[in-house]
Design a protein around this ligand. Sequence first.
Ligand code: GAL
Length: 420
Amino acid sequence: MKILTHKLTVTTALVSTLMFAAVTAHAQPQAEVLHYWTSGGEAKAVQALKEDFEANGGKWIDAPVAGGGGDAQAAVLRSRVLSGNPPAAVQIKGPNIHEWAATGALGDLNAVGAAEGWDNVLPPLLQDIVKYDGKYVAVPVNIHRVDWIWANPEVLAKVDAEPPRTWDEFNAIADKLLAAGITPLAHGGQPWQDATIFETVALGLGGAEFFNKAFVEKDPETLKSDTMKKVFDQMRKMRGYVDADFPGRDWNLATGMVMRGEAAMQIMGDWAKGEFVAAGKKPGVDFLCLSTPSNGGYILNSDSFAMFKVTSADDNAGQELLARLILGEKFQETFNLYKGSIPARMGVATDKFDECAVKSMIDLQASSESGELVGSVAHEIAAAGAIRGAVLDVVTEHFNSDMTSEAAVERLAEAIELAE
Ligand code: GAL
């Protein structure tokens, strides 16, 4: 059976490659690209993709939707698809890729994947994200780490602070900063940003097994556990460490506060490093990248581009070109140096990557071996859609009220159960 299937499969792949080549040979590659990369570092990274695409004969049609975290972009995507006018390429992540693939809305990138040997250059955990029914339906562009503290060394020195190894040490530093009249935590009051902090605390206090039991298996006992109460206790403390103007602030403006020394630290994924780098700041000198306190944990986020089914040969040619370029070795280096992430592609030269990126690479390897590697909830890897929504709703309600931790765990378990 396997042999037959294999032979059949080979012929089909060959035919579609040839057809793809025939169709695209005479086409003018073009692609409308829907994304939400509008901050300083993000814009530089997506500009690199645009330039690479244009340098290879493509016509780039930019469709940015401002709003970190991507919720606004997701709403635009839904309405575009519902109105029968999907963009050719869309920045997308995690289970959302499978959800769209299940609707039949995504094109098949298997021909490009086979021609480019993606199976040999993509780690299995990313292949699982971008393959549906064994076929490539999206192409990953990076690996972002979520559980980082970005700190201003000069500000920390004002209270003789050493990088915190535990959340108790983090709180002790923050209390000293408060006493010195310094804002300990630069933060933007938006649900996805609140949830970004929340998941770093959950991993730090509970570990990967607890994290996955709560947010992947959605185990009610774990959601209502004493450990989860401690997580909300820590979130209550964090609420006391932000400035009065935090509500609604965009994440990159909070990064700017750390950059200018108006606050000591920010907890955010390494897209924040893209802001520091875009401003010419040096790691270890102008800013510090510290993993949030945990037992060797690592919270993974990964951006991909999915190609929606489109009819014109020009769009198809554009999608094929874009997919090929995104996982190209050179582009993987260029893009991720701007973006603050590390390459999705294995084997990319690391000599140009800074100490934060190298730490991310080492910690990713170590955490996948130790079992402390988890997917982000706030950034739609371990959970998406309604489950993620339930976590964001309860976490942000707790952060912006005097809700007790006891009430919060009940609300969280209830909201997740309702979302299932
Ligand atoms: C994440 C996305 C990152 C970064 C961040 C802030 O969801 O995966 O690439 O852009 O939002 O907008």
